[in-house]
Design a protein around this ligand. Structure first.
Ligand SMILES: NC(=O)c1ccc[n+]([C@@H]2O[C@H](COP(=O)([O-])OP(=O)(O)OC[C@H]3O[C@@H](n4cnc5c(N)ncnc54)[C@H](OP(=O)(O)O)[C@@H]3O)[C@@H](O)[C@H]2O)c1
Length: 326
């Protein structure tokens, strides 16, 4: 039987006002699925790409790909979770709603000591920072990493994890206030890239050698310069496009700047099996409980205020995680 639930719905792609609080219907959980009552949904930059149509989805749809809540009902053949379990998930569209149906292999048990808001806040940005620093370019003691938008959601967690792996972290950001946030998150050096040439500073900080890796979630405004900041055979990790998509490049550029490597990774490919997903999520939860990682919730909005949350993240105001609550 279908269930009517309250949700933020996008009827047609557009600006933040395309997010309308209303109703949608959910089918009963099918084989291998569970219906969860959403206690907190994470706001991520990808939600703005879905809303605007930059990453096209068939409307109408409920945005949001991350949350935490309680299992309310399970479909046939479910072994991973049971009714009443507290769980968290990422990379599953439909989280800006009071209820969501999620494939059970994507549900991660939330430890008792962890609040649902913290769990929701940690999943997507936390696992992203984890795969970037541990798998895409596994940082080693002595590496130098350039982290763009270092005071943002992924940025802060990436600075901390890079520091934990023994790397020297150079973080870029747009304001003095954000420089202090990036430093508190573990950046050893900060560059206000809106005012200063980050390539020249990164080169100066590495005695003209260049950095081992650039983690770039900003895209259009930073990518080309980032190639110049790398050492020969360094790696450019383009994981997002907060400033807009990167135009096509001539591959000869990679040769010119020293036989560089470029990758464009996605969390989905680094949590593609239940084993890998649980490995990253439980490591993250363990670090939060041990106080090694601090999940900074910047602001919490209600579902009705989803448009305001999108204006906030697109307006470069985030200093940590944004959440939506029912
Ligand atoms: N590939 C993946 O697996 C994956 C997973 C998660 C997130 N991401 C990507 O990671 C990036 C960061 O995501 P997040 O959720 O943590 O967001 P966020 O970092 O909290 O916000 C984005 C930041 O980008 C910077 N920025 C630079 N130019 C901008 C512009 N023109 N408009 C808006 N922001 C601009 C801003 O920092 P300053 O003001 O300091 O410049 C802003 O705070 C996004 O590109 C997102 O799509 C990718």
């Amino acid at each position: 039987m279908e269930k009517s639930v309250r949700a933020v719905v996008v009827e047609a792609p557009g600006g933040p006002d395309a997010l309308r609080y209303g109703e949608t219907t959910l089918a009963e959980p099918g084989t291998g699925e569970a219906r969860v009552r959403v206690l907190a949904a994470g706001v991520n930059f990808i939600d703005t790409y879905h809303r605007s149509g930059a990453y096209p989805l068939e409307p109408p749809f409920v945005p949001g790909t991350e949350g935490a809540g309680v299992v309310e009902a399970v479909g046939p053949g479910v072994r991973e979770v049971a009714e009443g379990d507290r769980v968290a998930w990422a990379m599953q569209l439909g989280s800006y709603a009071t209820h969501q149906v999620v494939p059970c292999w994507k549900l991660v048990p939330v430890p008792q000591e962890l609040g649902s808001e913290t769990a929701a806040a940690a999943m997507l940005q936390g696992m992203t920072a984890h795969y970037l620093s541990h798998s895409t370019y596994p940082l080693e003691e002595g590496d130098v990493a350039l982290v763009h938008a270092a005071a943002g959601g992924v940025g802060q967690l990436l600075c901390r994890m890079a520091q934990m792996r023994g790397a020297t972290v150079i973080g870029t950001c747009s304001t003095q206030e954000k420089e202090a946030i990036a430093e508190a998150a573990g950046a050893h050096h900060t560059i206000r890239y809106t005012e200063e040439d980050f390539v020249a500073r990164a080169k100066a900080l590495t005695k003209d050698v260049g950095v081992d890796v650039v983690y770039d979630g900003v895209g259009k405004t930073t990518f080309a310069k980032g190639l110049e900041a790398l050492r020969p055979r360094g790696m450019m990790v383009l994981y997002g496009q907060a400033s807009g998509p990167v135009p096509p490049i001539d591959l000869q550029e990679l040769n010119k700047h020293g036989s560089l490597y470029v990758t464009r990774p996605s969390l989905a490919h680094y949590t593609a099996t239940r084993e890998e997903l649980l490995g990253r999520a439980t490591t993250l939860f363990d670090w939060i409980r041990a106080g090694k990682i601090d999940i900074k919730i910047d602001r919490t909005f209600t579902f009705k205020e989803a448009a305001e949350a999108h204006r906030y993240i697109e307006g470069r105001k985030t200093k940590g995680k944004l959440l939506l609550v029912p």
